[in-house]
Design a protein around this ligand. Structure first.
Ligand SMILES: *Cc1c(COP(=O)(O)O)cnc(C)c1O
Length: 226
């Protein structure tokens, strides 16, 4: 099943890109949270290179079985007290959502002698139930990030609201893209390169609106058991 699902998603990604007249690379992050190790192995065997997990501990247990052949993305909310483990294990942390966490990640990376690649998570639609910094806080956090030497901001991540009509997310993705383009003017050329948005139910719209990194779980692995 996973193999067929990945092929279907890759086709849908390519079709959405074509509709938008895009030829740039779009990265599929397969979200393996709450799915067993065997599923990760199967995904890797059919060409998945990027894997997303929500929890540091769960991810670490899976990572042991791979030897640098996958790129690991932390996409779930990160508590500052887990920053150390996150920095030690993840290639890209999508969920940096506050000044406080940004500083903690920088400090943890300094202690490990690493420069941590991160995205800034923005709560574009200002939903109470979602993590992510407010749009108003964004300029200040960008300035702060520029002054830190152990984090490298590479872009923006957002989670769109779960509207009944999926088309309604389009304006949210548009705002995210505008913020992303604003970021590109604030950092050295080429540094801001990932716009991470779009999940199972809305990734095609996200791509039409400029996403170049989509995070897809359910459509590849089926529903999650909690
Ligand atoms: C779980 C999760 C996903 C994947 O969601 P699906 O609807 O299963 O594709 C993507 N992004 C984040 C931040 C998630 O927590």
């Amino acid at each position: 099943m996973i193999k067929e699902n990945v092929a279907v998603i890759e086709k849908r990604i390519a079709d959405a890109a074509a509709r938008a007249g895009r030829t740039d690379k779009i990265i599929l992050v397969a979200v393996t949270k709450n799915h067993p190790l065997e599923n990760v192995e199967e995904a890797a065997a059919c060409g998945i290179t990027d894997v997303g997990e929500n929890r540091v501990q769960e991810a670490m247990e899976k990572m042991e079985h791979f030897h640098g052949c996958l790129k690991w993305h932390l996409i779930g909310h990160l508590q500052t007290n887990k920053a150390k483990h996150a920095v030690a294990h993840f290639d890209l942390i999508h969920s940096v959502d506050s000044a406080h966490l940004l500083k903690a990640v920088d400090k943890a990376a300094e202690n490990l002698g690493k420069v941590q690649d991160i995205l800034l998570q923005v709560n574009v639609a200002n939903e109470e139930s979602k993590f992510g910094m407010e749009v108003d806080a964004f300029p200040e956090i960008i300035e702060m990030a520029k002054g830190l030497s152990h984090v490298r901001v590479q872009g923006l991540m957002c989670i769109a609201p779960d509207y009944e009509n999926v088309e309604d997310v389009r304006p949210v993705f548009r705002i995210a893209r505008a913020l992303y383009e604003h970021m590109q003017t604030k950092f050295p050329a080429g540094q801001i390169q990932y716009l991470s948005m779009g999940m199972t139910h809305d990734f095609e719209i996200a791509i039409e609106e400029g996403a170049n990194m989509v995070r897809v779980g359910t459509a590849i692995f089926g529903p999650r058991n909690y």
